[in-house]
Design a protein around this ligand. Structure first.
Ligand SMILES: CC(=O)N[C@@H](CCC[C@H](N)C(=O)O)C(=O)O
Length: 378
């Protein structure tokens, strides 16, 4: 059997204990125990809800470089069949946050032993998948006190080979808003539809009509996505459903498109209320700011990576993914990049299985990047 590295082992441990947003109690405990095993001379550790800040004091700091890793899993039942699969039934690290955390621990470990001139701030952030930990974390007293001068983060990319780094200057990820629509009609006997207002039929009509917004209301040169990921309604096969609930997400490249999509959703939902004689309530849940990479820092990073030799740098297109790291980038200059982990199954898939070779390679690359950036004047 092939020996695995320390940080691959850590990733496997974390993979087995995925937890939903703001419930990352075991994950936080695991991370803290590991961080406490490092030399403490230069470390300052503070917890924030289920997250953690770790400051590594530099030898003669002129700036602070922030690095963020997200911590939460998704409500997905894992189907990888791996020996180290999730032990939390119905919950899975299907977005790679276990990989993100193990890479962050690898980089932190190096600098706890070998500090550089500048200060480093490692941010282990809860609730990226929802309801969003980045915004409250950045508003916290700890972040205000330890606010970095620049910040970066990575996200695994199953579609790229190991060794790939992909990013771009400017807009990288979309604006997002969750979408929850509750419909209430009149239930009844399956045999007497004329005496009821069927919310399964209303929900089906609504899902189809919502798709027309992207096709007919958004400028084709702009981009938007409306995905309804979950529908619930009714109680049993021979009873007309009194209630139905749609759960989804909206993605747009521009803030103006987000406003327009929401206006159209409200109009269409109102139309369904009239047509299906029901009551509807819309809740937009959590909204994430777009991820906008600082052009100068991103260009400098890509130049560094291209000269590095250990990675292949790609200039990619923007994606309709969302990331609350966008809130950190709205406040602090920095960037996000994709890290290739070549998995046949994509993000948010029950069979996502990142190639773990990416972990040690990313750690080595980031150590070189931080060593260079954290010893340079700017
Ligand atoms: C990287 C990634 O996959 N992020 C999530 C963020 C979800 C935010 C929120 N819950 C929503 O659905 O709008 C994504 O789905 O893009």
């Amino acid at each position: 059997m092939k020996a695995i590295s320390r940080f691959v082992a850590i990733r496997r441990d974390l993979h087995q204990i995925p937890e939903l947003g703001f419930q990352e109690v075991k994950t936080q405990h695991y991370l803290l125990r590991y961080i406490q095993s490092l030399p403490q001379e230069r470390l300052q550790v503070r917890t924030w809800k289920t997250g953690i800040f770790v400051k590594v004091n530099g030898t003669s700091p002129r700036k602070t470089i922030g690095y963020r890793a997200d911590m939460d899993g998704l409500p997905i039942r894992e189907e990888t069949g791996l020996p180290y699969r999730s032990t939390h039934d119905g919950c899975m690290h299907a977005c790679g946050h276990d990989v993100h955390m193990s890479i962050a621990l690898g980089v932190l470990t190096h600098f706890a032993h070998h500090p550089i001139q500048d200060d480093l701030l490692f941010i282990f952030q809860p609730a990226e998948e929802g309801p969003g930990g980045a915004k409250p974390m950045i508003e916290s007293d700890i972040m205000q006190e330890w606010k970095p001068d620049m910040i970066l983060a990575l996200h695994i990319a199953p579609e790229y080979p190991v060794g790939t780094i992909a990013t771009k200057e400017g807009l990288l990820f979309a604006n997002t808003s969750e979408l929850f629509i509750d419909l209430k009609g009149k239930g009844g006997h399956a045999a007497f539809p004329h005496l009821a207002n069927d919310m399964v039929v209303a929900a089906c009509a609504l899902v189809t009509q919502l798709q027309s917004i992207v096709a007919r209301n958004v400028d084709p040169l702009d981009s938007a996505v409306i995905t309804i990921g979950k529908i619930t309604g009714g109680t049993v096969q021979n009873v007309i459903a009194e209630r139905a609930r749609l759960e989804g997400t909206i993605r747009t490249l521009s803030a103006a498109a987000m406003q327009k999509v929401k206006r159209r959703i409200e109009a269409i939902v109102h139309g369904v209320e009239v047509a299906y004689e029901c009551e509807a309530a819309i809740d937009y849940g959590a909204m994430y700011h777009q991820v906008y990479n600082d052009p100068e820092l991103t260009a400098e990073f890509m130049k560094f990576a291209a000269a590095h030799g250990g990675v292949n740098v790609i200039s990619c297109k923007e994606a309709m993914t969302g990331e609350d790291f966008g809130y950190m980038l709205a406040d602090i200059p920095g960037f996000m990049f994709w890290l290739g982990v070549e998995s046949p199954y994509g993000l948010h898939h029950a069979k996502l299985a990142p190639n773990e070779e990416a972990i040690d390679r990313a750690i080595a690359f980031l150590i070189d990047y931080f060593s260079w950036k954290g010893n340079s004047e700017v």
